[in-house]
Design a protein around this ligand. Structure first.
Ligand SMILES: [Cu+2]
Length: 471
């Protein structure tokens, strides 16, 4: 895990790009310049340069798309194109996305805004954009073949509608979806309320990210698009731990996190050290009577959820998907479970033939995080991340909410590791642990067993090899 400040690092990286060649010069002059982003760093919030004010969101390892006002209409320009996304330091993937990154930039508007989005297709095949969750005219819904012809390569389409209700939304293609979403084409959309709203609280920090998943063979860089369930990279905004930035907040900040799920399975999102309320779902803000404090909430396929909490406990709090295979990266996914099997004899014999032979996973998989095993170039380690106390042994959908007393308002920079007050860290006991007497106490067991089998049954703990679908 690196302490380097990821924020603001690429502020100079926003550059203009040429519009598609098929658009005439006259038409080009009418198009807003497509803004592209070359770094995967978390960009600072985009303070609204025009239109009505709002408290902008921060996109984890992402950015917000600038717009221009044109006669009262907010105009955006999305360019669908192949991109190279650094998913974690040392691991890059060939994806498809928008304006230089996957996911595409976050679009932020205000309830009641008239929005015009130019979509230029620089992919090798046709596409479309569906505005997931929005109220809009049917012909603007972006379903290729159903509500519009596809956007052919080199062509630009225009979408225009009024953002009618406040909430959390997504955008993604509705043309050859299986390929295009497996390749990373998606983005976030936030519509802020136009005035004070009884169900929408003011917050100090408002983070957004998408859950997405890829199947990239170790050593390669392009996702396999035919994969239905067996994805091996579980990502937030096409980043995997330790490549995901932490969510850095000030002590006693009100924090909102908006999450959208465009993977093919559900993700129970779990926050340590705090309880949160689910304040928004696909349909907008939740009625107050439905809100209850949680530490985990499931985000199902195609859903958006927003959670809110008061960050009133200092520390580095883990925040992750609770499916344990979703906090691991590719590699070693197909190895059988070996815990408890003694390989010493076998290993000794094999070592005579293969001097470098090593048994993996004999004492659990934790060693994997520390082993300096050679892995193919451009491969994310399966369990990694260096914390202040050693390897965090995580991957995939894992990050931290860092709560600090002296984090300045508006500062999203990484404050480094938490310095625990003296006497507040779990510690190793000196000397032998006291022996427990519980099982020897009279009446310790609930009831004596009857008709016990004559001899112990041996349990095979080798998992069936091959498929691990359905996770
Ligand atoms: Cu998950």
């Amino acid at each position: 895990m690196t302490n380097r400040r990821n924020f603001l690092g690429g502020a100079g990286a926003i550059t203009g790009a040429l519009a598609a060649a098929s658009v005439s010069k006259v038409a080009m002059a009418a198009l807003p310049e497509p803004v592209t982003q070359s770094t995967p760093n978390t960009m600072p919030p985009l303070m609204p340069p025009g239109g009505r004010p709002y408290n902008p969101v921060v996109t984890l390892n992402g950015w917000t798309l600038p717009w221009r006002m044109n006669n009262g209409v907010k105009e955006f320009h999305l360019v669908a194109e192949p991109v190279v996304r650094e998913m974690a330091p040392g691991f890059k993937a060939n994806l498809w996305g928008y304006n230089g990154q996957s996911p595409g930039p976050t679009i932020e508007v205000v309830e009641g805004d008239r929005v015009r989005i130019f979509v230029t297709n620089k992919l090798p095949e046709h596409t479309s954009v569906h505005w997931h969750g929005q109220r809009l005219p049917n012909g603007m819904d972006g379903v290729s073949g159903l509500t519009q012809p596809p956007i052919r390569p080199g062509k630009t389409f225009v979408y225009e509608f009024v953002a009618r209700r406040p909430g959390t939304f997504m955008y993604h293609p509705h043309a050859d979806e299986m390929t295009q979403m497996a390749m990373g084409m998606m983005g976030f959309w936030v519509t802020h309320p136009k005035a004070e709203h009884p169900l929408i609280e003011k917050v100090d920090r408002d983070f957004v990210f998408l859950l997405n998943a890829y199947d990239v063979e170790p050593g390669s860089a392009t996702p396999k698009i035919m994969t239905m369930l067996d994805f091996n990279l579980w990502s937030w905004n096409s980043r995997i731990f330790p490549g995901i930035d932490s969510l850095n907040v000030r002590l006693n900040d009100k924090v909102r996190i908006r999450i959208g799920n465009l993977t093919m399975t559900n993700h129970p999102m779990h926050l340590h050290g705090h309880e949160f309320l689910v304040t928004g779902t696909d349909g907008g803000p939740t009625p107050k009577s439905t809100r209850q404090y949680e530490v985990t909430t499931d985000v199902a396929v195609g859903q958006m959820r927003q959670i809110e909490f008061l960050a009133d406990e200092e520390g580095d709090w883990a925040f992750h998907c609770h499916k344990s295979h979703h906090t691991m990266n590719a590699m070693g996914h197909d190895v059988p479970t070996l815990i408890g099997l003694d390989h010493k004899d076998v290993a000794r014999q094999i070592t005579n033939l293969v001097p470098d032979y090593m048994v993996m996973g004999e004492r659990g998989m934790a060693d994997m995080g520390e082993m300096e095993m050679p892995i193919p170039d451009n491969t994310a380690r399966m369990m990694t991340g260096e914390g202040p106390f050693g390897s965090v042994e995580m991957g995939g959908m894992f990050s931290m909410v860092k709560v600090r007393r002296n984090q300045k308002p508006g500062d999203y920079g990484n404050p480094g590791w938490f310095k625990h007050p003296k006497g507040t860290v779990a510690y190793e006991l000196d000397g032998p642990a006291p022996e427990t007497s519980r099982q020897r106490d009279p009446g310790a067991a609930a009831m004596p067993a009857r008709n016990m089998p004559a001899k112990n049954i041996e349990v095979q703990i080798r998992k069936p090899g091959g498929g691990h679908s359905g996770h």
